[in-house]
Every structure is written in structure tokens, then in C-alpha cells.
Ligand binder design. Structure first.
Ligand code: NDP
Length: 254
């Protein structure tokens, strides 16, 4: 019997996929049968990631562009659609963190965090939706965070960007569901990646995460894979405008 989770014949673009959660979700989508298009700014790291994934048996293309540049995003999506093929699935994953006391938070860093975590999803989502709408189908997954609902000291701009992308997700669904598109979010808890390097090295913070998370541990990047496959596949056809928390019950407890 055919599986509703099967992604054979689908093409998925995952932004920010040279490492971390993006790479892990691209691998999961490839394991479910999709061909994947990787993205990041650093061409060398991107090439290495593409080679690595191809060596595992995936069908991979890579396109380097900066998700904060509307022009570069448009060019990359047009290139992809024309040269690689139609994009069926997009994961708006590229993101960044900057930590500072809020009273000292540099204005240019505030702009960079918001542009990288929020504007990016609008630019990529809009450019891809313009191709998906005439086709009457498409899956957009925006990577949110437990910080879409919560805040922690020193990351207020990040929390603001993640709250905004969660509601952008709902807004995209409200505007584009009628065209056959599904737009959902994944909100990860604390996951071991380079983004959290400073926190992982901090013993006190580590202990706090382990105590605060009911599952008693950090998540691993591969643990985002199932949620990505679900939201990218026909298994989630009537799921729209939803934020799926993958957080070891972090947001279920006080
Ligand atoms: P990493 O820092 O490990 O990876 C970030 C990826 O995004 C890299 O491939 C990086 O490559 C790319 N990237 C960054 N800026 C840009 C840009 N302007 N244009 C294109 N690509 C870019 O981060 P994570 O894997 O940890 O995080 C991925 C997403 O998940 C982010 O949106 C993050 O906010 C979110 N998230 C992460 C959590 C965690 O615990 N790790 C928890 C909740 C949410 P390059 O620098 O070469 O461009």
C-alpha cells in the first residue's frame, strides 16, 4: 500500500541546510524519497554538505544565497524552478541568534536577527508561492521556536522574530490555503547545534535545560526529521496554519 508519508518525486528546498537542523531535515526528507536543494551563504560548507548527503544516497542540488536579500532569493528561486525543477516543498529554516543584554543590544544586530529569521521566510515563501499557486499545491514549513511563545534573558529580538514567524505562518495559511498550499511551522526546543554552541559549553545552562525539559535532555537534530516529513507529505493535507512543537514537553510544563 502507498504510504501517505512517501515523498518520492517531490523536490524540497531547505534554507540554511549546510549544517544543524536544516541539514538534518534535508536528510530526513531525502530518506522519505524527496530530492533536496540545500542552501547557505558559505559555498564551501554548502558544497561539503551536499557531497556528504549525496554520499548517503540522496539526490541533491545546492544553491548559495543570502536569505536576507530579496533580490538574491528571487534569482535563486527562479534558477531552481527553471534549471532544477518545480519546488514542491520549502523549509524556511535559515536563522541566527545574537545574545546581549537588551539595554546594550546593538541596533544593527537587532535588524540582522529580524531580517534573517523573519524577512527571509517572507521573501522565500512569497517567491516560491508564486510558482506553487498556479500549480494548486505546495508545502511550506517555517521553523519557529519555543521562543515563539516564551522569552529568556538576552534574546528578546530572537524571541520577537520567532513570535512573528509563527504568526506569519498562520497568515500565509489564511491567504494561501485556498490555492491548495499547506503552511505550517515546527517549533523546536533546545537542540544540539552550532547555534547553541555557547550554551552547550555552559555547564550551568546545560543543567538548567536538562531540569527544565520534562524529557530530561537536549534534542538531537535528527529528531526534527519526523515532523518535517509529516508536514511535507500528504499525511498532513488538512493540517494548515499549525505550529508543531518538537520540544521534549518543554512548553507543556511550568
Ligand atoms: P545553525 O547555526 O547550526 O545553522 C544555521 C544555518 O543557516 C547554516 O547552514 C547557515 O549557513 C545558514 N544561514 C544563516 N544565515 C543565513 C543567511 N542569511 N542566508 C542563508 N543561510 C543562512 O542553526 P540551527 O540549525 O540550530 O538552527 C536552524 C533554525 O532552527 C533557525 O531558524 C533557528 O532559529 C531554529 N531553532 C533552533 C533551535 C536549536 O536549539 N538549535 C531551537 C529552535 C529553533 P551560513 O552561515 O553559511 O549561511
Amino acid at each position: 500500500m502507498p504510504s501517505p508519508f512517501d515523498l518520492s518525486g517531490k523536490r524540497a528546498l531547505v534554507t540554511g541546510s549546510s549544517r544543524g537542523l536544516g541539514y538534518a531535515m534535508a536528510q530526513a526528507l531525502a530518506e522519505a524519497g524527496a530530492s533536496v536543494v540545500l542552501n547557505a551563504r558559505d559555498n564551501v560548507a554548502l558544497g561539503a554538505a551536499a557531497q556528504d548527503l549525496a554520499a548517503k544516497g540522496a539526490s541533491v542540488n545546492a544553491v548559495a544565497f543570502d536569505v536576507t536579500s530579496e533580490e538574491s532569493v528571487k534569482d535563486a528561486i527562479e534558477w531552481c524552478e527553471a534549471e532544477v525543477g518545480p519546488i514542491d516543498i520549502v523549509v524556511n529554516n535559515a536563522g541566527m541568534q545574537h545574545r546581549s543584554t537588551l539595554e546594550d543590544f546593538p541596533a544593527d544586530k537587532f535588524d540582522q536577527v529580524i531580517r534573517t529569521n523573519l524577512h527571509s521566510a517572507f521573501y522565500v515563501g512569497q517567491a516560491v508561492a508564486r510558482h506553487m499557486i498556479p500549480r494548486g499545491r505546495g508545502k511550506i514549513i517555517n521553523i519557529c521556536s519555543i521562543m515563539s511563545n516564551l522569552a529568556r534573558p538576552s534574546i528578546a529580538p530572537y524571541a520577537a522574530s520567532k513570535a512573528a514567524i509563527a504568526n506569519l505562518t498562520r497568515g500565509m495559511a489564511v491567504d494561501w490555503a485556498k490555492h491548495g498550499l499547506n503552511i505550517n511551522g515546527i517549533a523546536p526546543g533546545y537542540i544540539r547545534t552550532e547555534l547553541n554552541e555557547a550554551l552547550l559549553k555552559n555547564e550551568e545552562f546545560n543543567t538548567w535545560v536538562e531540569k527544565r525539559t520534562p524529557m530530561g535532555r537536549w534534542g538531537e537534530p535528527a529528531e526534527l526529521g519526523g515532523a518535517a516529513i509529516f508536514l511535507a507529505s500528504d499525511a498532513s493535507l488538512y493540517v494548515n496554519g499549525h505550529i508543531l512543537y518538537v520540544d521534549g514537553a518543554f512548553t507543556a510544563t511550568v
